[in-house]
Design a protein around this ligand. Sequence first.
Ligand code: DC
Length: 229
Amino acid sequence: MKRIIVAIDGYSSSGKSTMARQLAAIIGYTYVDSGAMYRAVTLYALRHGMATPGGALDTARLVESLPEIAVTFSRSAEGAQHTMLNGVDVESEIRGMEVSEMVSPVAAVPEVRRHLVKLQQGYGVEKGIVMDGRDIGTTVFPEAELKVFVEASPEVRARRRVDELTAKGVKVDYDEVYANVCERDRIDTTRAESPLRKADDALVLDNDRLTREQQMEWLLERFRERVGE
Ligand code: DC
């Protein structure tokens, strides 16, 4: 059967990662969470004093350090994907508020984007991949056979993020999370390098109106069309 590249883009907490991960598991493709890679670089910047939560980012030092930042993925015995920063599992650290508050400015640095886009394109060489992010259909894989753009309101996304963090035992305030979602939207859509936008040939999936099962059914139908099944 023909192997393709599936690019899933959308706003933060739009549910695209869960959807992309599930799709990859069903069709037997590799899943890559590109946002986790930006989060890992952000964690590195925070740990090395190049960024202070809610404060300034030392762009020059971060750019200089890029060759020392290796972001990879490993799979746990249960099949869950873990993000590794220089060989150390940082999966839970990269999901916290400190990283979430600083990741958009880090992801707006052109050199950071170029560095990570190159790594991401490497994952697609043999196709058979589902990657989610902001610029996968526009910049990373403009030739992807299936492109999906996920839309959901900021209120629904903030609620989802609060539920996710609460389930993990992290105490968060809805208003703070809502403000973070809106601020990230603003930075992600207005940055000069690869701003978040729907690729002209991407299909729109409205996440507010469909159940998870309906979304997966829709996605699987589109996938089967593309592979010619
Ligand atoms: O999907 P996420 O919320 O984990 O992404 C974290 C941040 O990384 C988000 O604010 C935007 C940025 N990002 C990006 O600029 N390009 C991508 N391909 C993926 C994420």
